[in-house]
Design a protein around this ligand. Structure first.
Ligand code: HEM
Length: 266
């Protein structure tokens, strides 16, 4: 019989369906048969339970934990990069020697790049998905926005995050690959930075991106302490102060470079 076809009911004429227990048995058998025919051919192997990684990724708490861990990796990179860049105030010698050192071992350099890129990808994809889930859970905007514990930084996390992502793409094209730089010279970051930030528009774009980075780090560090369960009535004020301090130092450290180029100190 064709898949999904309905088995015709036996005629109700008293000969084929005798009254009493026999009739009930026949009806039950008939129902079972119809169900078997209807599902025949649609049988699939029982779904396998999701892997641990998939289960972790599918859970908002797991995703937040991944965002925290990748956020720490990225924040440490940003701190090291900012300290390395400040060597530019010592003239071309120190920063160019530092760049030569970083490029001295290609396997080491590429390992660091792959780790950084993986951390960035996980951080961005998890962040966008969590934001989309949050939006889907509240499809209608509040008529009047009355934030209780959220700050300007928390509401602009997605905006600052995407701005930083755009900045990083432009920045790598500018100072690592060199195609967006007006006069790129291989392994001469001092020259490349001055050449790039000597244009007012580029310097201002850098400053705007660094302000976004400051806000992102400020709220990111604070919400990370909550995701990792560090927050408590006793620790929260201290965590908030550390987050503001770290974010301000990073933003001001970076901003000092385009400002110094703009005002002619560099
Ligand atoms: C004024 C601010 C900044 C300056 C002057 C600066 C300078 C540089 C320079 C000179 C390079 C090339 C290094 C080399 O190839 O040897 C570089 C690469 C890079 N910078 Fe920045 N940077 C700044 C801000 C940032 C920020 C805020 C981020 C991240 C949010 C960032 C992320 C990167 C990345 C991912 C690379 C590529 C590293 C690689 O080549 O593997 N930079 N930066």
């Amino acid at each position: 019989m064709r898949e999904g076809a309905v088995w015709p009911a036996p005629p109700d004429d008293g000969k084929h369906n005798p009254p009493g227990a026999l009739a009930a048995d026949a009806a039950a058998t008939h129902r079972q048969f119809r169900m078997r025919v209807a599902t025949e051919g649609n049988e699939r192997p029982a779904p396998r339970p999701p892997s641990r990684v998939a289960a972790f990724w599918g859970n908002p708490i797991g995703k937040k934990a991944l965002m925290s861990v990748t956020g720490i990796v990225l924040a440490l990179y940003v701190l090291a990069h900012m300290l390395g860049n400040l060597q530019i105030f010592g003239g071309p010698g120190p920063i160019n020697r530092y760049a030569a050192l970083l490029h001295a071992s290609p396997p080491l350099l590429w390992t660091a790049r792959v780790i950084l890129l993986a951390a960035l990808l996980v951080h961005v994809v998890a962040g966008v998905q969590l934001w989309l889930d949050k939006r889907a859970a509240r499809p209608v905007e509040y008529r009047e926005l009355r934030p209780v514990v959220s700050s300007t930084a928390s509401r602009t996390m997605i905006v600052s995050g995407l701005l930083i992502l755009l900045f990083v793409v432009y920045h790598v094209l500018d100072l690592t690959i060199g195609v967006a730089n007006p006069s790129y010279v291989e392994l001469d970051p001092y020259h490349n930075v001055i050449a790039s930030l000597g244009r007012a528009a580029a310097a201002i774009a850098y400053v705007v991106a660094m302000v976004a980075l400051g806000f992102h780090l400020w709220h990111g560090l604070w919400s990370m302490s909550q995701s990792l369960g560090v927050a408590s009535a006793r620790l929260t004020p201290g965590v908030k102060r550390v987050a503001v301090f770290f974010a301000t130092i990073i933003a001001l450290g970076f901003i000092s470079i385009p400002v110094a180029v703009l005002v002619g100190v560099l």
